[in-house]
Design a protein around this ligand. Structure first.
Ligand code: GDP
Ligand code: CA
Length: 349
């Protein structure tokens, strides 16, 4: 039971795609092998995943971050790419291109397409995304995790991240593109003028999201993209308030190591959002709960040890530890350090 004083029995994680999924793999490994002191070996994990990367393409609804978490934890991921199915083939994509149908640049694999077809049919039949996700997870997660690991979309509503980019060929000098076009087609090389989270302000948390923040023993913000992965989750109305109010401690791990992201486009999007690209600045961007932010603690990598003081002065518990998710044990050690930094939930009043 949450907060009964007997340690950590439920952990909630706010996740993007690859960074969040790798962390979750290590967290689960650590929990089940007893490598995370203070956490019960049969603890439950609830994952709240970002929907900002979602989009409709070739008539199907694609949810990249949900699927990356689902395939990674379900051992169906292509490890080299970090996204999509392993043993993938690309016949449908090639045939669509042969018809001259755009976009031709989006990686829609044949095996992956089956997931999107099931999802789209269920959405068409009237099921909300959260129930569709639960159905997909019956294949990918239930056999290994039973009901101990739950994957929730942040919202059942349509939310999409768009970016205004500089475009000399447009009459206005700029163009608005979906996040997928910016990341996959433009390889995050275009100059970003603004980020637009379409639909976010009017969205509602999916069923279970607020409860998973309120009724838990620990909330972890993994090394996910702070702007386009964790940012949208925090932007769903009532989520930020729930984090501020929860009895559970909230701890984050820096996705920026030595002033760089490890993969992805965090550097570009932090700059576009006016946030300095450093481990300290990302922690301060989330902010201390004692000062209107969402975190109690922030882990930075050892190479960023010089940042600890600046973060601590802002009211956050902070430590420098190795933060490279090189293998399951290294990632489990990161989870253990996160738990140790903030301790268990306050007992219920
Ligand atoms: P995406 O949705 O696939 O972009 O994945 P996430 O948003 O979950 O995570 C992307 C972030 O993970 C990037 O900003 C990376 O810098 C970060 N990341 C990837 N690998 C590592 C790692 O080994 N250690 C740390 N600290 N961050 C990492
Ligand atoms: Ca993503």
């Amino acid at each position: 039971m949450a907060g009964d004083g007997s340690g950590i029995n439920h952990i909630t994680v706010l996740s993007g795609g690859v960074g969040g999924a790798r962390f979750l793999q290590g967290l689960w490994h650590g929990i089940t092998t007893g490598q995370v002191p203070g956490v019960a070996e049969d603890a439950r994990v609830t994952v709240i995943a970002n929907n900002g990367d979602d989009w409709w393409v070739h008539g199907v609804k694609v949810c990249p971050d949900l699927d990356t978490v689902m395939y990674t934890l379900g051992n169906g991921i292509d490890h080299e790419r970090g996204w999509g199915r392993r043993e993938e083939t690309w016949h449908a994509k090639e045939e669509l291109a042969n018809y001259g149908v755009e976009p031709t640049w989006f990686g829609l694999g044949d095996r992956d397409l089956a997931t999107h077809l099931v999802r789209t049919q269920m959405l068409d039949a009237g099921y909300p995304l959260s129930q569709v996700t639960e159905a997909l997870c019956r294949r990918w997660l239930a056999p290994t995790y039973a009901d101990r690991l739950r994957l929730l979309p942040m919202t059942d509503d349509r939310v999409e991240t768009h970016l205004a980019i500089t475009d000399a060929d447009s009459p206005s000098g700029r163009r608005v593109v979906h996040f997928q076009e910016y990341w996959v087609k433009l390889r995050a090389e275009a100059e970003v003028e603004a980020l637009l989270f379409v639909g976010l302000d009017d969205s509602s948390p999916a069923p279970g999201v607020i409860d998973a923040i309120t009724d838990t023993d620990l909330v972890i913000v993994p090394p996910s993209n702070p702007i386009v992965s964790v940012g949208p989750i925090l932007g769903v109305p009532r989520v930020r308030e729930a984090l501020v109010a929860t009895r559970a401690p909230v701890v984050g791990l820096s996705p920026i190591v030595g002033g760089r992201h490890l993969r992805g486009m965090a550097e570009q999007l932090l700059k576009a959002s006016g946030v300095e690209v450093s481990a300290a600045a990302v922690g301060l961007h989330y902010g201390a709960r004692s000062d209107g932010g969402v975190l109690d603690g922030w882990l930075v990598d050892e190479v960023d040890a010089h940042d600890v003081r600046r973060v601590a002065e802002a009211g956050l518990a902070c430590r420098a530890v190795p933060l490279l998710m090189t293998d399951l044990d290294a990632t489990a050690a990161m989870a253990a350090a996160a738990v140790e930094l903030v301790g268990p939930a306050r007992p219920a009043a």
